[in-house]
Design a protein around this ligand. Structure first.
Ligand code: FE2
Length: 209
């Protein structure tokens, strides 16, 4: 039977987001572990803490709506998370991997910003003030997380990723003299996640394609 009830649609979307946020609670620790930049890792870890609170807020929204706490499968977030897993399985490392992780995380944030934005617009139309009050801090957190990721990427990681590529170009073009002393700028990476070893030796271990 067709359902023309906006409140029901809103409830469905809340269930969808509840499933989406729960998926992120599992995905964010993996992204934090894969990140080679300390700043990026910390950004993922602090967003994990926020996400845990966001799940609680959604449970409060169910209560405000007088609905049972129930998730509805969110294939949209499953797809974004799956793409992130694929990236982590690819052969990227260092700043390039970090740049890819940021791109994936920003897809997540944009998806959530759109979903929370729609829910809040409907809540406003329906006069569901409590829902708006509950979800306003979440929407702000998602926007702030997105901006922080842009800032991290633009301030350091994108350039470091590009420098790595430039360095590789220099090598494949042969020795030009005078340009051998460049470092790839990732000397602070001392974490033993199995990736850092590869980027520490300048002349061996680098794949030349
Ligand atoms: Fe979230």
């Amino acid at each position: 039977m067709p359902n023309s009830n906006l409140r029901q649609l809103l409830t469905d979307e809340v269930r969808d987001l509840y499933h989406a946020e729960k998926q992120l609670i599992k995905a964010l620790p993996k992204m934090a572990k894969a990140a080679t930049s300390d700043e990026l890792r910390q950004a993922f870890e602090s967003h994990l803490e926020e996400t845990e609170r966001q799940v609680e807020r959604l449970e409060n929204v169910f209560e405000a709506l007088g609905e049972p706490v129930k998730a509805k499968r969110c294939p949209g977030m499953e797809g974004i998370v799956e793409e992130g897993s694929e990236l982590m399985g690819d052969d990227f490392d260092g700043a390039v991997l970090d740049a890819g992780l940021i791109a994936g995380a920003q897809r997540v944030e944009h998806y959530e910003i759109a979903a929370y934005g729609s829910i809040m617009a409907w809540a406003k139309t329906l006069g569901l003030d409590e829902v708006i009050t509950l979800l306003e801090p979440t929407l702000e957190e998602e926007k702030a997380a997105d901006e922080k990721l842009s800032m991290i990427a633009e301030r350091s990681i994108n350039q470091e990723a590009a420098n790595g590529a430039t360095e590789m170009d220099d090598e494949s073009a042969g020795r030009r003299g005078g340009s051998r002393g460049r470092s790839n700028g990732r000397s602070t990476n001392s974490r033993s996640n199995g990736r850092s070893a590869r980027s520490s030796g300048r002349s061996n271990g680098r794949k030349v394609r």
